[in-house]
Design a protein around this ligand. Structure first.
Ligand code: ZN
Length: 442
């Protein structure tokens, strides 16, 4: 907890932390590294899945898979079979444009990079933005060793110009975007043969300036991102406007809740942030993979203890929710239109697109009441399809109790999303109550 600062001051500090977290995390690998950095600073110890673990009660630990999915946990004073694990889940990835392996294109004197669409991108929002590149690169050093590094160019190096309205008079009615034809960002003007090494040279130059001895760039996983920094906006700074609020807001909030509860607790708490949620979670490091289950099994030891632990555990799956948009109010059910700054949203779906049950929703409501923060409810319109989260996947794989919640936001999957400036903090307070005050009983 934050001493005797007023709630407004606490929220301001929290939001500045969120803004710098978003700025430092232009890719899932950066998000995992940013979280690891904060965990290390708070005394959490790094674990390697390939080592034998000797864990101490009261101590915090963290580990990653693929450097892009992260689990952090703090062991409680009681055995996990007795007290279960208080789990918070989120995802590190956001929809974006990823660079193809042989990316360079030279078309009509313009140097471009071919891109793949990752996840459900709201494509038209990517036009006319000052874009940069970030992600993981694999390279050989001068001794021939394969190495991995994080790359973030930071300066704007590309743009996807929109087509003038004079050349498409129907643009405001019909703005279909063909992902193959219309999206390759333009990096410059060039003549001559099709260049093949522009990107690898750019990467190698950047790595050398960062002090890496690069012989050859072998491969990369890079995404374009908008260089415009996050901002507090609105007459009274009611809103946070930024890229990747879905779902770095939840990664940050879950992490802050873990770090805020730094006194010894009876029960073990755990944060899992998976990559690949936006593409269905089916991967070695995604929520449908074995990462979380394998860590939980190692915490429990033998099978009997694992099953007892899981019966006493619960996961709060945090992923942003659709806030009611005043210009499109009919897109929400009349009784289930969450508003910005009125607290975290409990998401329910009879068809199990969300894993919330009336039991887990009742528990989450009790955490909000303990924390003295508001909460809201969301059910999709009965005539519309419903999104999903890592919640139902974790529930199906682990058989654990799950509630799906999230901060309300507008413009989900746009290159620039908008959330309320109070909701992440409210959510964080409820998560702290879950970790520190829940006795494990319904
Ligand atoms: Zn999400």
């Amino acid at each position: 907890m934050t001493g005797n600062k007023s709630v407004t001051q606490q929220q301001a500090v929290f939001n500045q932390g969120l803004i710098s977290f978003l700025q430092s995390s232009p890719s899932p690998a950066h998000a995992a590294a940013t979280m690891a950095h904060q965990l290390e600073a708070a005394g959490y110890q790094a674990l390697n899945e390939g080592d034998e673990w000797q864990l101490q009660p009261g101590q915090g630990y963290w580990l990653t898979r693929g450097d892009r999915s992260l689990i952090a946990f703090r062991l409680g004073e009681h055995a996990v079979a007795e007290s279960g694990v208080r789990m918070i889940g989120a995802h590190t990835d956001s929809p974006c444009l990823k660079v193809k392996p042989k990316a360079e294109l030279l078309r009509h004197g313009c140097l471009q990079l071919g891109v793949e669409v990752y996840g459900g991108v709201l494509l038209h929002t990517w036009f006319d933005r000052d874009l940069s590149l970030a992600g993981q690169v694999h390279f050989r050093d001068e001794a021939g060793q394969l190495k991995v590094a994080l790359l973030n160019i930071e300066t704007p190096i590309a743009i996807i110009p929109s087509l003038a309205i004079h050349l498409n008079r129907d643009a405001n009615k019909n703005s279909e975007v063909n992902a193959q034809l219309h999206l390759p960002p333009i990096l410059g003007l060039k003549t001559g043969d099709n260049p093949t090494l522009v990107l690898r040279n750019l990467i190698a130059g950047w790595l050398r300036r960062e002090g890496h001895a690069v012989k050859e760039v072998v491969d990369y996983d890079l995404c374009f991102y908008d260089t415009q920094p996050p901002a507090l906006i609105g007459l009274e700074q009611e809103f946070i406007s930024a890229a990747r609020l879905d779902n770095l807001l939840s990664c940050y909030t879950g992490l802050q809740a873990m770090l805020a509860v730094d006194t010894p607790q009876p029960a073990t708490s755990l944060l899992v942030c998976n990559d690949h949620e936006e593409v269905g979670s089916a991967s070695a490091i995604g929520a449908e993979g074995p990462f979380l289950e394998s860590v939980l099994r190692r915490l429990a030891g033998e099978e009997q203890k694992y099953q007892r632990m899981m019966a006493r555990s619960m996961l709060i799956s945090c992923d942003n929710a659709h806030a009611l948009h005043p210009n499109y109010a009919d897109k929400h059910d009349e009784n289930h239109g969450p508003k910005l700054n009125l607290g975290p949203v409990i998401k329910m779906n009879a068809n199990q697109r969300y894993a919330t049950s009336s039991e887990t929703s009742a528990l989450f409501i009790s955490f909000c009441e303990m924390a003295k923060v508001p909460y809201q409810r969301f059910v999709v319109r009965s005539d519309m399809g419903c999104g999903s989260t890592i919640g139902p996947i974790a529930a199906t794989k682990l058989g654990v109790r799950v509630v799906d919640v999230g901060a309300p936001q507008w413009s989900m999957h746009s290159i620039r999303e908008t959330a309320g400036s109070k909701d992440a903090w409210y959510l964080g307070q409820a998560l702290q109550a879950f970790i520190s005050n829940w006795d494990g009983q319904i």
